[in-house]
Design a protein around this ligand. Structure first.
Ligand code: SAM
Ligand code: SF4
Length: 494
């Protein structure tokens, strides 16, 4: 098939037009601006009521969210942050899930004005990893570093089409590496790729996809049009906006939405993310599994990174994370290594549930297939935190967070609507707490440095004590699995 034919067949209008109302999608820019304008000076007593509502793990309304976005009093912000931390602990306890990004291709037919992979960046050497090269990457990720979860990233191009994606997932899951005590393997591969059709998404699901992640980048129609040339696939705002509707139709119920902050006004984008969650709840009874909020980073030959008037300051970034935590309290929140170590440390307690570590975003970079892979001009953008997984886990443990490599929920069918219900009532936490301790034990024995192991041991002892106190009926079963894990048995879960 020629590239031209491939391009023409990508967008299937009938797969999203049925959701439109009079040709319009569910993001009403004027309505969002109006709601924001109408709640510029919120009454502190009302703000406190809204905080209390969020603490019951109830999603907020757009008007309530607009009020939170306009709080000015530092004391009220502090109360909101404390509430965010409480919500996080209620739903996710002290667990933090870690993963690594894996870039499989740097080819892309699109021309997004902020991205180093854009087709007009002629300084980038384009590559698509072969299955053998992917295997080598996994041998390092799962065999040397100890990752169990990946976000696998693809550019949009006929050379990395759905056949390639499916084959790659199969390769990723097939690699098993003998490590100190057990076997290192990837147990969950999430995908960040271009919007796909229902047919292609069904194939991804069948290949063992974890979460399907697509960021709208900006929900603001006019800005979207400006940054994504109309003669590219990505130029179609609605094809992208409705990709999670198609994912649900394909039976994928763990979906991740997000905004690239820095493209447009951050308050508008937070409101739009909320509208996206409401829309998914309306049609499919369940909101997004995760929300991501990458901030735009420097990228080679990407003009908008310098031109944008919407860069988000550290202080505003903190605010938007706080409001998202309160507005969609049941949703997982992903903070990436785009942010530096200090930022990550300070944002974690507000309500972050997932983060990446030991990340490399150059193609073939984990196994150093290409010498130039980690050079800034050969990457999509530049990372802010490149510390090892061991160093990051040690720091989390010192802060009282247990790193969870648990992937059981997905493999036992506790996903989508089911997991959301369990999360809302705090019950999923029971399984997660047990599985976090088991997978942390595995990682300490298979991959940790001596220093990290010592700190980790103290944390795990505290966890076991808590399991005994809070989940006495589960404690004996847990201890049975825990002892087996210590003996080298792997992948035991509840
Ligand atoms: N090509 C697919 C797409 O655009 O959806 C998926 C891969 S793309 C490499 C993944 C994400 O990287 C994009 O959705 C965008 O939000 C983010 N990104 C692009 N340029 C960036 C930059 N300069 N800084 C930070 N993140 C960026
Ligand atoms: Fe391609 Fe995605 Fe980068 Fe846009 S953001 S140029 S679609 S890789």
């Amino acid at each position: 098939m020629t590239t031209q034919n491939w391009l023409q067949q990508r967008i299937k209008r009938e797969q999203f037009e049925k959701y439109l109302q009079d040709g319009k999608d569910f993001i009403n820019d004027a309505d969002i601006e109006q709601t924001l304008a109408a709640h510029r000076s919120p009454d502190p007593a009302r703000v406190r009521e809204i905080i209390e509502k969020a603490k019951t793990i109830t999603r907020l309304d757009p008007a309530e969210t607009a009020m939170l976005l306009h709080v000015e009093d530092p004391e009220l912000w502090r109360e909101m942050e404390v509430a965010g931390g409480e919500i996080k602990r209620k739903v996710y306890d002290n667990r933090i899930v870690t993963f690594a990004p894996l870039y499989l291709s740097t080819v892309c037919v699109n021309n997004c004005a902020y991205c180093g992979f854009r087709s007009h960046n002629h300084d980038m050497t384009r590559r698509v990893l072969t299955q053998e090269e992917i295997r080598k990457e996994i041998e390092v990720l799962a065999g040397k570093i100890g990752h169990k979860r990946l976000i696998v990233v693809f550019g949009e191009h006929p050379d990395s089409d759905i056949d390639y994606m499916v084959e790659s997932l199969k390769t990723i899951y097939s690699v098993e590496v003998k490590v100190k005590r057990g076997i290192g393997a990837i147990r969950r591969a999430n995908v960040n790729a271009a919007p796909l059709s229902v047919e292609d998404l069904t194939r991804l699901k069948d290949a063992g996809l974890g979460t399907y992640q697509v960021f709208q980048e900006t929900y603001h129609h006019e800005t979207y049009r400006k940054l994504h040339p109309q003669n590219t696939i990505k130029g179609d705002y609605q094809w992208r906006l409705y990709c999670m509707h198609r994912a649900y139709e394909a039976g994928i119920d763990d979906v991740g939405i997000g905004v690239l902050f820095g493209l447009y006004d951050w308050r508008f984008e937070v409101m739009a993310l909320l509208h996206h969650a409401i829309e998914l709840e309306k049609w499919f009874g369940v909101g997004p599994h995760t929300v991501s909020f990458p901030r735009m980073e420097p990228a080679e030959n990407a003009p908008y990174v310098r031109e944008t008037p919407y860069h988000v300051s550290d202080a505003d970034f903190r605010k938007l994370i706080t409001v998202l935590r309160l507005s969609i309290p049941y949703t997982g929140m992903i903070l990436t290594a785009r942010e530096n170590a200090q930022m990550r440390r300070s944002l974690l307690p507000i309500g972050i549930t997932q983060t990446d570590a030991s990340s490399k975003i150059g193609i073939g970079a984990y196994s150093q297939l290409a010498d130039e892979s980690q050079h800034g001009d050969q990457q999509q953008f530049i990372l802010g935190d490149t510390r090892s997984l061991d160093a990051v886990i040690r720091e989390f443990a010192e802060m009282g967070y247990i790193t969870s490599f648990c992937t059981a929920g997905y493999r036992c069918g506790r996903t989508g609507e089911q997991i959301m219900e369990l999360l809302k009532c705090g019950k999923e936490g029971h399984f997660c707490k047990l599985n976090a301790a088991l997978t942390f034990r595995e990682w300490l024995d298979d991959f940790a440095s001596e220093e990290t192991k010592q700190i980790g041991e103290r944390l795990i002892e505290k966890e076991i004590q808590e399991i005994e106190e809070k989940l006495p009926e589960a404690h004996p079963y847990f201890m049975d699995y825990y002892k087996k894990t210590l003996e080298g048995v792997r992948d035991l879960y509840f």
